[in-house]
Ligand binder design. Structure first.
Ligand code: HEC
Length: 153
């Protein structure tokens, strides 16, 4: 590469890096909503143990008691975390409980659909051993029942 070309490449790299840093700083100012609304209607857990499992593996996304991790304060990670929590609460919220939603909980745990894999990667303590999973699933069924098997599944 000629010196002229090297210089040009260096300049472009510099512009790109500065732009990325600039964008990173600017997006921190975009307002986001990290909410923990009051608990209005806590699910009726049949055993404290079952609730313990849920707090450990589900409450960050399915309750109004989300423990917001440090990266939920840094854009763009914050956007993913907040949208997961909002979406999670929409489907099932143990703090504003609709018993109909609770009926799905046992199935998604049993089939390893929940908790989300990306979540367990960052929260290894949310991982349940086979024995714990079984206990949790049984506790969920005991607390909220279970949906009849759907044909489309
Ligand atoms: C990292 C956030 C997160 C965690 C932790 C999490 N969920 Fe979810 N959950 C979601 C999101 C987002 C959705 C909606 C999108 C989807 O279905 O993937 C959802 C959907 C659901 C649904 C609805 C499924 C459907 O088909 O409508 C149930 C039931 C559920 N979760 C139960 C649980 C249970 C039980 C736990 C704990 C073992 C848990 N989730 C842990 C984020 C999470």
């Amino acid at each position: 590469m000629s010196d002229e070309k090297k210089k040009k490449t260096k300049r472009i790299v510099k512009i790109v890096v500065y732009s990325l840093v600039f964008i990173f700083v600017i997006i921190q100012f975009i307002p986001v909503d990290r909410t923990n609304p009051p608990v209005r209607n806590e699910a009726l857990w049949k055993s404290p143990k079952t609730k313990e499992y849920a707090v450990r593996a589900c409450y960050d996304c399915h309750s109004n008691n989300t423990k917001w991790p440090f990266y939920s304060y840094v854009a763009p990670m914050s956007w993913f975390v907040i949208s997961h929590v909002n979406e999670g609460r929409e489907h099932l919220n143990f703090s504003e409980f609709n018993p109909e939603d609770g009926k799905e909980a046992a199935d998604v745990v049993e089939h390893d659909i929940m908790p989300l894999g990306s979540y367990m990667f960052l929260h290894p303590d949310a991982r349940l051993s086979d024995k714990e999973k079984l206990e949790f699933v049984n506790g969920l069924v005991e607390s909220f029942g279970r949906e009849d098997k759907k044909d489309e599944d």
